[in-house]
Design a protein around this ligand. Structure first.
Ligand SMILES: Cc1cc2nc3c(=O)[nH]c(=O)nc-3n(C[C@H](O)[C@H](O)[C@H](O)COP(=O)(O)O)c2cc1C
Ligand code: SF4
Length: 408
């Protein structure tokens, strides 16, 4: 499915050249004087996970003292289940660059850093080639930086820290990057999908962008659908489309399924009976207590145990903690260890109770939101897989077949 960002040559053809991009969409427009107002009317939200209103961030950056701002296009994409940012950069690098140029013009920035995960080799190559296709004056404002391969590298203060000092670890806030970022200058950190959407809004207007959504939702969103579908795919959907329709667009489910992981490792589990009808719209989901995160829909296949999968994700998140803040380092490690024992049917007394209690106090205790994401994931797992957790802890039994594989 390709509506706006992915419209144009099929993805299999690789990177769209500058000439094809300009033939299809026209040249990069001059920055419209009221671009920020237009972005506000478009209701564009950040696509990196938090869904923050884009226009509010731009106004804050534009009004900061402290020198000319910098734009950081965030293509770190450390989320293991997501493919959207790397594939967008591989296929439509010029949309990302156009969006970054427009953002720079709107906030008064004179430098753009394209921050791309070092393991996203195809994306790095495409962004690099796209830069060489640009004019000398555009190239002079662009810098390509490859981000270390770790989950927290894409967190905005970690990205700024890496660019400033070569250390991709989050720093304590305040100051936030919009106040004091790259080289101490106000820095607009924006996900690459967000910037690509800006490139289209500036060309076709906020009315057009809003009309792409379903119901009250505005625009489109990129979704990585994986798990119990024929293969992991990237689709672009009208924002607000029902989750079941997105899964069908990805080829439909390949097995029965009890739950869906919505939003990736930073999101949460949802019972499939509820999940199918949910609108894939960041605002609507937030009001319902869910998160679209970075647009991941992972369908738990039959034969996979939700407790085991949750323990596996927690082990990953504990390992990926930047180990700077006590609650994140020790709390996540303790929760992960307890969940691992429960998953492996070797619980020690009180493990489940400890997981519940520790998860309740983890959120908001780190310098960055890494532990908050883990806490949300645990809370959703305890709710959706409540019976399975009890079975694992009290009866030392798993009701699905994956345990032997997963615990071995
Ligand atoms: C642990 C952690 C990892 C993150 N990784 C990414 C990432 O890989 N890419 C990204 O765009 N945002 C990531 N974010 C969110 C960024 O901090 C930031 O909010 C985002 O880049 C802002 O862009 P947006 O408003 O367009 O979403 C991460 C946040 C956290 C807490
Ligand atoms: S909360 Fe965790 S990941 Fe974030 S800075 Fe602290 S130790 Fe690092």
């Amino acid at each position: 499915m390709s509506i706006a960002l992915l419209a144009g040559p099929p993805g299999g053809q690789g990177m769209e050249s500058l000439s094809s991009h300009q033939q299809r969409l026209g040249a990069l427009p001059a920055v419209p004087p009221a671009l920020i107002d237009s972005i506000e009317r478009s209701n564009l939200r950040g696509k990196g996970g938090a869904g923050f209103p884009v226009a509010i961030k731009w106004r804050s950056v534009a009004s900061q003292p402290g020198g000319a701002p910098v734009v950081l296009a965030n293509g770190g994409e450390g989320e293991p289940l997501s493919r959207k940012d790397r594939m967008l950069m591989e296929q439509r690098p010029h949309l990302v660059i156009d969006g970054a140029m427009l953002a720079a013009g709107a906030v008064g920035a004179d430098e753009i850093v394209l921050y791309v995960g070092a393991d996203h080799v195809g994306a790095i190559q495409a962004m690099h080639r796209a830069m060489t296709e640009r004019t000398a004056s555009e190239r002079a404002r662009l810098r390509l930086v490859s981000a270390p391969v770790r989950y927290v590298s894409g967190e905005e203060t970690a990205a700024v820290h890496f660019i400033n000092d070569g250390i991709a670890l989050p720093t304590s806030i305040p100051p936030r990057p919009f106040e004091h970022g790259i080289d101490g200058r106000p820095t607009l950190v924006q996900n690459v999908e967000t910037l690509a959407a800006v490139a289209l809004i500036a060309r076709f207007g906020d009315d057009w962008y809003r009309s792409l959504g379903t119901g009250n939702a505005s625009g489109t969103t990129l979704v990585t659908v994986g798990g119990a579908v024929p293969q992991t795919v990237l689709i672009e959907i009208p924002q607000g489309m029902a989750l079941a329709d997105a899964v069908n667009a990805a080829g439909g489910i390949t097995s029965d399924c009890d739950a869906v992981l919505l939003g990736g490792y930073f999101g949460g589990w949802v019972e499939s009976s509820t999940a199918w009808g949910l609108p894939l719209d960041a605002d609507a989901l937030r009001q319902l207590g869910y998160s679209l995160g970075c647009g991941v829909v992972a369908v738990l296949p039959a034969g996979r145990c939700g407790v085991v999968e949750t323990a596996r994700i927690l082990a990953y998140l504990a390992h990926e903690s930047a180990r700077q803040c006590g609650p994140c380092t020790f709390g996540l490690r303790a929760i992960s260890a307890a969940a691992g024992r429960v998953a492996a049917l070797t619980p020690t007394p009180g493990d489940l109770e400890h997981i519940q209690r520790w998860a309740g106090v983890l959120a908001g205790r780190g310098a960055c939101r890494h532990p908050d994401g883990a806490a949300g994931l645990v809370a959703s797992a305890l709710r959706v897989f409540a019976a399975e957790f009890q079975l694992h802890e009290h009866d030392r039994r798993c009701s699905v077949a994956s345990l032997a594989v997963a615990a071995s």
